[in-house]
Design a protein around this ligand. Structure first.
Ligand code: TRP
Ligand code: SF4
Length: 357
Protein backbone atom coordinates (compact mmCIF):
# COMPACT_ATOMS: atom_id res chain seq x y z
CA UNK A 1 0.00 0.00 0.00
CA UNK A 2 2.83 2.40 0.63
CA UNK A 3 5.70 3.54 -1.52
CA UNK A 4 8.18 1.99 0.85
CA UNK A 5 11.52 3.16 -0.47
CA UNK A 6 10.62 6.80 0.08
CA UNK A 7 8.64 6.34 3.30
CA UNK A 8 11.48 7.40 5.53
CA UNK A 9 11.88 10.86 4.02
CA UNK A 10 9.61 13.69 5.05
CA UNK A 11 7.50 15.11 2.26
CA UNK A 12 7.63 18.61 0.88
CA UNK A 13 5.15 20.20 -1.48
CA UNK A 14 4.85 23.55 -3.13
CA UNK A 15 3.18 25.12 -6.12
CA UNK A 16 3.32 28.21 -8.23
CA UNK A 17 0.77 29.84 -10.46
CA UNK A 18 1.68 30.00 -14.11
CA UNK A 19 2.20 33.69 -14.75
CA UNK A 20 4.47 33.64 -17.78
CA UNK A 21 8.22 33.57 -17.88
CA UNK A 22 9.81 33.69 -14.45
CA UNK A 23 11.98 36.56 -13.27
CA UNK A 24 14.80 36.62 -10.76
CA UNK A 25 12.40 37.57 -7.97
CA UNK A 26 10.21 34.50 -8.57
CA UNK A 27 13.33 32.40 -8.77
CA UNK A 28 14.97 33.57 -5.55
CA UNK A 29 11.62 33.50 -3.74
CA UNK A 30 10.82 29.90 -4.57
CA UNK A 31 12.60 27.79 -7.16
CA UNK A 32 16.07 28.40 -5.82
CA UNK A 33 14.98 26.83 -2.55
CA UNK A 34 13.00 24.04 -4.14
CA UNK A 35 16.02 22.96 -6.12
CA UNK A 36 17.93 22.43 -2.88
CA UNK A 37 15.02 20.80 -1.06
CA UNK A 38 14.56 18.11 -3.73
CA UNK A 39 17.72 16.42 -2.47
CA UNK A 40 16.61 16.24 1.16
CA UNK A 41 12.91 15.46 0.95
CA UNK A 42 10.42 13.46 -1.01
CA UNK A 43 9.36 16.45 -3.08
CA UNK A 44 6.29 17.41 -5.05
CA UNK A 45 6.29 20.62 -7.06
CA UNK A 46 3.50 21.67 -9.32
CA UNK A 47 2.19 24.37 -11.60
CA UNK A 48 -1.04 25.61 -10.10
CA UNK A 49 -3.08 26.15 -13.25
CA UNK A 50 -6.38 25.62 -11.44
CA UNK A 51 -5.43 28.38 -9.03
CA UNK A 52 -4.84 30.66 -11.99
CA UNK A 53 -8.37 29.85 -13.17
CA UNK A 54 -9.91 31.02 -9.88
CA UNK A 55 -9.09 34.60 -10.76
CA UNK A 56 -8.36 34.53 -14.51
CA UNK A 57 -11.28 32.45 -15.73
CA UNK A 58 -12.49 35.17 -18.10
CA UNK A 59 -9.46 34.95 -20.35
CA UNK A 60 -7.84 31.56 -20.62
CA UNK A 61 -6.07 32.22 -23.90
CA UNK A 62 -2.60 32.20 -22.28
CA UNK A 63 -2.97 29.49 -19.68
CA UNK A 64 -1.65 26.55 -21.69
CA UNK A 65 1.41 28.43 -22.92
CA UNK A 66 2.10 29.93 -19.49
CA UNK A 67 1.92 26.46 -17.97
CA UNK A 68 4.43 25.08 -20.46
CA UNK A 69 6.67 28.13 -20.03
CA UNK A 70 6.61 27.59 -16.28
CA UNK A 71 7.54 23.94 -16.75
CA UNK A 72 10.56 24.92 -18.85
CA UNK A 73 11.55 27.48 -16.21
CA UNK A 74 11.26 24.86 -13.43
CA UNK A 75 13.39 22.37 -15.32
CA UNK A 76 15.90 24.97 -16.40
CA UNK A 77 16.23 26.19 -12.82
CA UNK A 78 17.33 22.70 -11.85
CA UNK A 79 14.30 20.77 -10.68
CA UNK A 80 15.26 17.27 -11.68
CA UNK A 81 12.48 14.80 -12.54
CA UNK A 82 14.72 12.11 -11.08
CA UNK A 83 14.73 13.86 -7.73
CA UNK A 84 11.24 15.31 -7.46
CA UNK A 85 7.76 14.89 -8.84
CA UNK A 86 6.99 17.79 -11.14
CA UNK A 87 3.45 18.09 -12.44
CA UNK A 88 0.59 20.26 -13.58
CA UNK A 89 -2.23 20.48 -11.05
CA UNK A 90 -5.14 20.03 -13.46
CA UNK A 91 -3.57 16.87 -14.91
CA UNK A 92 -4.06 15.07 -11.60
CA UNK A 93 -7.74 14.31 -11.00
CA UNK A 94 -7.28 13.96 -7.27
CA UNK A 95 -6.97 17.76 -7.14
CA UNK A 96 -10.65 17.93 -8.12
CA UNK A 97 -11.77 15.19 -5.77
CA UNK A 98 -10.33 16.12 -2.42
CA UNK A 99 -11.63 19.71 -2.42
CA UNK A 100 -15.15 18.35 -2.87
CA UNK A 101 -14.82 15.99 0.10
CA UNK A 102 -13.17 18.62 2.29
CA UNK A 103 -15.82 21.16 1.28
CA UNK A 104 -18.30 19.20 3.40
CA UNK A 105 -16.46 20.05 6.61
CA UNK A 106 -15.33 23.56 5.69
CA UNK A 107 -17.23 26.32 7.47
CA UNK A 108 -18.01 29.21 5.13
CA UNK A 109 -16.79 31.64 7.76
CA UNK A 110 -13.30 30.17 7.64
CA UNK A 111 -13.09 30.85 3.92
CA UNK A 112 -14.47 34.36 4.23
CA UNK A 113 -11.96 35.14 6.96
CA UNK A 114 -8.85 34.25 4.94
CA UNK A 115 -7.11 37.63 4.67
CA UNK A 116 -6.45 37.49 0.91
CA UNK A 117 -10.12 36.94 0.15
CA UNK A 118 -11.42 40.44 0.92
CA UNK A 119 -8.11 42.05 0.03
CA UNK A 120 -8.03 40.67 -3.49
CA UNK A 121 -11.72 41.26 -4.07
CA UNK A 122 -11.15 44.90 -3.21
CA UNK A 123 -7.86 45.29 -5.09
CA UNK A 124 -8.55 43.41 -8.29
CA UNK A 125 -11.52 45.51 -9.27
CA UNK A 126 -11.12 44.67 -12.94
CA UNK A 127 -12.12 41.06 -12.20
CA UNK A 128 -15.37 39.74 -10.81
CA UNK A 129 -14.20 37.60 -7.94
CA UNK A 130 -17.57 36.89 -6.36
CA UNK A 131 -17.41 33.31 -7.47
CA UNK A 132 -17.58 29.98 -5.70
CA UNK A 133 -14.19 29.09 -7.17
CA UNK A 134 -12.46 32.15 -5.81
CA UNK A 135 -13.97 31.75 -2.35
CA UNK A 136 -12.86 28.12 -2.39
CA UNK A 137 -9.30 28.96 -3.39
CA UNK A 138 -7.79 28.31 0.07
CA UNK A 139 -9.56 24.97 0.26
CA UNK A 140 -8.07 23.97 -3.08
CA UNK A 141 -4.67 24.94 -1.75
CA UNK A 142 -5.29 22.94 1.42
CA UNK A 143 -6.21 19.95 -0.72
CA UNK A 144 -3.04 20.34 -2.80
CA UNK A 145 -1.00 20.03 0.36
CA UNK A 146 -3.02 17.36 2.14
CA UNK A 147 -3.23 15.07 -0.91
CA UNK A 148 0.47 14.36 -0.50
CA UNK A 149 0.28 14.29 3.29
CA UNK A 150 3.04 16.86 3.12
CA UNK A 151 4.99 17.71 6.26
CA UNK A 152 6.51 20.92 4.97
CA UNK A 153 5.38 23.62 2.60
CA UNK A 154 8.10 25.99 1.42
CA UNK A 155 6.38 29.31 0.74
CA UNK A 156 6.86 33.00 1.25
CA UNK A 157 5.29 35.11 3.96
CA UNK A 158 2.27 35.90 1.77
CA UNK A 159 1.14 32.27 1.85
CA UNK A 160 1.49 31.61 5.57
CA UNK A 161 -2.20 32.26 6.31
CA UNK A 162 -3.13 29.64 3.71
CA UNK A 163 -0.95 27.00 5.32
CA UNK A 164 -2.46 27.89 8.69
CA UNK A 165 -5.90 27.38 7.14
CA UNK A 166 -4.69 24.00 5.84
CA UNK A 167 -3.66 22.97 9.34
CA UNK A 168 -7.11 23.84 10.65
CA UNK A 169 -8.79 21.80 7.93
CA UNK A 170 -6.46 18.86 8.64
CA UNK A 171 -7.27 19.02 12.34
CA UNK A 172 -10.98 19.20 11.69
CA UNK A 173 -10.86 16.26 9.31
CA UNK A 174 -8.78 14.18 11.71
CA UNK A 175 -11.29 14.93 14.48
CA UNK A 176 -14.33 14.00 12.46
CA UNK A 177 -12.76 10.97 10.81
CA UNK A 178 -9.97 9.27 12.73
CA UNK A 179 -8.64 6.49 10.56
CA UNK A 180 -9.65 3.01 11.63
CA UNK A 181 -6.94 1.35 13.73
CA UNK A 182 -4.70 -1.03 11.82
CA UNK A 183 -4.69 -4.63 13.15
CA UNK A 184 -1.15 -4.20 14.42
CA UNK A 185 -1.73 -0.92 16.22
CA UNK A 186 -4.96 -2.04 17.86
CA UNK A 187 -3.04 -4.55 19.98
CA UNK A 188 -1.34 -1.75 21.83
CA UNK A 189 -3.50 -0.71 24.77
CA UNK A 190 -2.85 3.03 24.75
CA UNK A 191 -3.00 3.37 21.01
CA UNK A 192 -4.52 6.58 19.70
CA UNK A 193 -6.38 6.45 16.41
CA UNK A 194 -4.03 7.24 13.53
CA UNK A 195 -4.57 10.51 11.75
CA UNK A 196 -5.03 10.69 8.02
CA UNK A 197 -3.46 14.11 7.65
CA UNK A 198 -0.26 15.32 9.26
CA UNK A 199 -0.52 19.05 10.02
CA UNK A 200 1.77 20.67 7.49
CA UNK A 201 4.31 23.23 8.57
CA UNK A 202 5.47 26.27 6.71
CA UNK A 203 9.08 26.08 5.69
CA UNK A 204 9.73 29.78 5.55
CA UNK A 205 12.21 30.06 2.77
CA UNK A 206 14.79 32.79 2.92
CA UNK A 207 13.69 35.19 0.22
CA UNK A 208 16.17 38.02 0.08
CA UNK A 209 15.05 41.47 -0.86
CA UNK A 210 15.26 41.57 -4.61
CA UNK A 211 14.77 44.98 -6.16
CA UNK A 212 13.86 45.47 -9.80
CA UNK A 213 15.66 47.87 -12.10
CA UNK A 214 13.62 50.84 -10.83
CA UNK A 215 14.50 50.09 -7.20
CA UNK A 216 11.03 48.85 -6.27
CA UNK A 217 10.36 45.18 -5.50
CA UNK A 218 10.91 43.12 -8.65
CA UNK A 219 7.50 42.39 -10.06
CA UNK A 220 5.97 41.68 -13.43
CA UNK A 221 3.35 44.38 -12.89
CA UNK A 222 6.04 47.06 -12.42
CA UNK A 223 7.85 46.11 -15.63
CA UNK A 224 11.19 46.16 -13.78
CA UNK A 225 12.17 42.52 -14.05
CA UNK A 226 15.13 40.50 -15.23
CA UNK A 227 13.89 37.21 -16.65
CA UNK A 228 15.62 33.89 -16.15
CA UNK A 229 15.57 33.63 -19.93
CA UNK A 230 16.99 37.09 -20.72
CA UNK A 231 20.11 36.86 -22.89
CA UNK A 232 23.33 38.39 -21.59
CA UNK A 233 23.20 41.66 -23.60
CA UNK A 234 19.67 42.27 -22.41
CA UNK A 235 20.63 41.74 -18.76
CA UNK A 236 23.47 44.25 -19.14
CA UNK A 237 21.19 46.71 -20.91
CA UNK A 238 18.53 46.43 -18.21
CA UNK A 239 21.05 46.96 -15.40
CA UNK A 240 22.83 49.93 -16.94
CA UNK A 241 20.14 52.52 -16.14
CA UNK A 242 19.33 50.91 -12.78
CA UNK A 243 18.54 53.22 -9.86
CA UNK A 244 21.45 53.67 -7.39
CA UNK A 245 22.13 55.39 -4.06
CA UNK A 246 20.62 58.84 -4.66
CA UNK A 247 23.53 60.40 -2.72
CA UNK A 248 25.94 59.50 -5.52
CA UNK A 249 25.08 62.32 -7.85
CA UNK A 250 28.57 62.77 -9.26
CA UNK A 251 31.31 60.24 -9.71
CA UNK A 252 33.31 61.74 -6.83
CA UNK A 253 30.41 61.52 -4.33
CA UNK A 254 30.77 58.52 -2.01
CA UNK A 255 27.79 56.19 -1.71
CA UNK A 256 26.46 53.41 0.47
CA UNK A 257 25.66 49.97 -0.95
CA UNK A 258 23.21 49.41 1.91
CA UNK A 259 20.84 52.00 0.51
CA UNK A 260 21.43 51.13 -3.14
CA UNK A 261 19.29 48.62 -5.07
CA UNK A 262 22.40 47.56 -7.01
CA UNK A 263 24.03 46.85 -3.64
CA UNK A 264 21.06 44.64 -2.76
CA UNK A 265 21.59 42.62 -5.94
CA UNK A 266 25.29 42.28 -5.11
CA UNK A 267 24.38 40.85 -1.70
CA UNK A 268 22.34 38.13 -3.36
CA UNK A 269 24.51 37.23 -6.33
CA UNK A 270 28.10 38.36 -5.81
CA UNK A 271 30.94 36.58 -4.07
CA UNK A 272 32.24 37.87 -0.73
CA UNK A 273 35.29 39.11 -2.56
CA UNK A 274 33.32 41.24 -5.01
CA UNK A 275 31.12 42.48 -2.20
CA UNK A 276 34.19 43.76 -0.35
CA UNK A 277 35.32 45.59 -3.46
CA UNK A 278 31.86 47.12 -3.83
CA UNK A 279 31.77 48.41 -0.23
CA UNK A 280 35.30 49.80 -0.41
CA UNK A 281 34.93 51.29 -3.86
CA UNK A 282 31.49 52.79 -3.30
CA UNK A 283 32.11 54.36 0.11
CA UNK A 284 35.38 55.92 -1.06
CA UNK A 285 34.09 56.88 -4.50
CA UNK A 286 36.96 54.95 -6.06
CA UNK A 287 34.64 53.04 -8.38
CA UNK A 288 31.87 54.35 -10.57
CA UNK A 289 28.33 53.04 -10.60
CA UNK A 290 28.71 51.85 -14.20
CA UNK A 291 31.61 49.64 -13.19
CA UNK A 292 29.71 48.39 -10.16
CA UNK A 293 26.69 47.50 -12.30
CA UNK A 294 28.99 45.63 -14.66
CA UNK A 295 30.13 43.47 -11.76
CA UNK A 296 26.60 42.69 -10.68
CA UNK A 297 25.71 41.83 -14.27
CA UNK A 298 28.68 39.44 -14.32
CA UNK A 299 27.48 37.75 -11.14
CA UNK A 300 23.90 37.39 -12.34
CA UNK A 301 25.02 36.07 -15.72
CA UNK A 302 27.30 33.56 -14.07
CA UNK A 303 24.39 32.33 -11.99
CA UNK A 304 22.07 32.14 -14.99
CA UNK A 305 24.45 30.49 -17.42
CA UNK A 306 23.82 26.86 -16.37
CA UNK A 307 20.11 27.64 -16.15
CA UNK A 308 20.06 28.96 -19.68
CA UNK A 309 22.04 26.01 -20.97
CA UNK A 310 19.45 23.64 -19.58
CA UNK A 311 16.69 25.87 -20.95
CA UNK A 312 18.01 25.50 -24.49
CA UNK A 313 17.74 21.76 -24.26
CA UNK A 314 14.14 21.81 -23.03
CA UNK A 315 13.03 24.59 -25.35
CA UNK A 316 14.19 22.60 -28.32
CA UNK A 317 12.30 19.55 -27.19
CA UNK A 318 8.69 20.32 -26.42
CA UNK A 319 7.84 16.67 -26.47
CA UNK A 320 10.36 15.94 -23.74
CA UNK A 321 8.76 18.58 -21.50
CA UNK A 322 5.31 17.15 -22.08
CA UNK A 323 6.57 13.65 -21.33
CA UNK A 324 8.18 14.79 -18.10
CA UNK A 325 4.92 16.43 -17.05
CA UNK A 326 2.93 13.32 -17.90
CA UNK A 327 5.26 11.06 -15.96
CA UNK A 328 5.08 13.53 -13.07
CA UNK A 329 1.28 13.58 -13.18
CA UNK A 330 1.23 9.82 -13.09
CA UNK A 331 3.49 9.63 -10.05
CA UNK A 332 1.52 12.37 -8.33
CA UNK A 333 -1.76 10.58 -9.10
CA UNK A 334 -0.45 7.44 -7.57
CA UNK A 335 0.62 9.13 -4.36
CA UNK A 336 -2.51 11.26 -4.16
CA UNK A 337 -4.67 8.20 -4.90
CA UNK A 338 -3.19 6.50 -1.87
CA UNK A 339 -4.28 9.43 0.30
CA UNK A 340 -7.73 9.56 -1.29
CA UNK A 341 -8.25 5.90 -0.50
CA UNK A 342 -7.38 6.58 3.15
CA UNK A 343 -9.72 9.56 3.13
CA UNK A 344 -12.62 7.53 1.72
CA UNK A 345 -12.04 4.76 4.24
CA UNK A 346 -11.87 7.21 7.13
CA UNK A 347 -15.10 8.91 6.06
CA UNK A 348 -16.74 5.55 5.47
CA UNK A 349 -17.36 5.73 1.75
CA UNK A 350 -17.21 2.76 -0.57
CA UNK A 351 -14.03 2.52 -2.61
CA UNK A 352 -13.96 3.93 -6.14
CA UNK A 353 -14.43 1.62 -9.09
CA UNK A 354 -11.28 2.83 -10.78
CA UNK A 355 -9.32 1.56 -7.81
CA UNK A 356 -7.73 4.82 -6.77
CA UNK A 357 -5.22 3.00 -4.61
N1 TRP B 1 -1.26 29.91 -3.68
C1 TRP B 1 0.11 29.82 -4.12
C2 TRP B 1 0.50 31.14 -4.80
O1 TRP B 1 -0.35 31.85 -5.27
C3 TRP B 1 0.33 28.70 -5.08
C4 TRP B 1 -0.11 27.39 -4.50
C5 TRP B 1 -1.21 26.70 -4.84
C6 TRP B 1 0.57 26.65 -3.48
N2 TRP B 1 -1.29 25.56 -4.12
C7 TRP B 1 -0.22 25.50 -3.28
C8 TRP B 1 1.73 26.87 -2.76
C9 TRP B 1 0.15 24.55 -2.34
C10 TRP B 1 2.09 25.92 -1.80
C11 TRP B 1 1.30 24.77 -1.60
O2 TRP B 1 1.67 31.41 -4.87
FE1 SF4 C 1 25.26 51.50 -5.82
FE2 SF4 C 1 27.49 50.40 -6.72
FE3 SF4 C 1 26.94 52.96 -7.27
FE4 SF4 C 1 27.58 52.24 -4.82
S1 SF4 C 1 28.87 52.11 -6.62
S2 SF4 C 1 25.88 53.56 -5.40
S3 SF4 C 1 26.63 50.19 -4.66
S4 SF4 C 1 25.80 51.17 -7.95
Amino acid sequence: MSISSSDSKKRVLSGMRPTGKLHLGNYMGALYNWVRLQHEYESYFFIADLHALTSDYADTSQIKQSTLDAAVDFLAAGLDPENCTLFVQSQVKAHFELPQLLAMITPLGWLERVPTYKEQQENLTNKDLSTYGFLGYPLMMASDILLYQAHFVPVGQDQVAHVEFTREIARRFNNFYPSPPTPHASKEPDHLPAEVFPEPQVLLTPSPKLPGTDGRKMSKSYGNTILLSDPEPEIRAKLKPMVTDPARIRRKDPGNPDVCPVGDLHKVFSTAETLTKVYEGCTTASIGCIECKGWVADAIIEHLTPIQERRRRYEQDNLLVKEILEAGAQRASQRAGQTLAEVRTAIGLLPTLEGGT
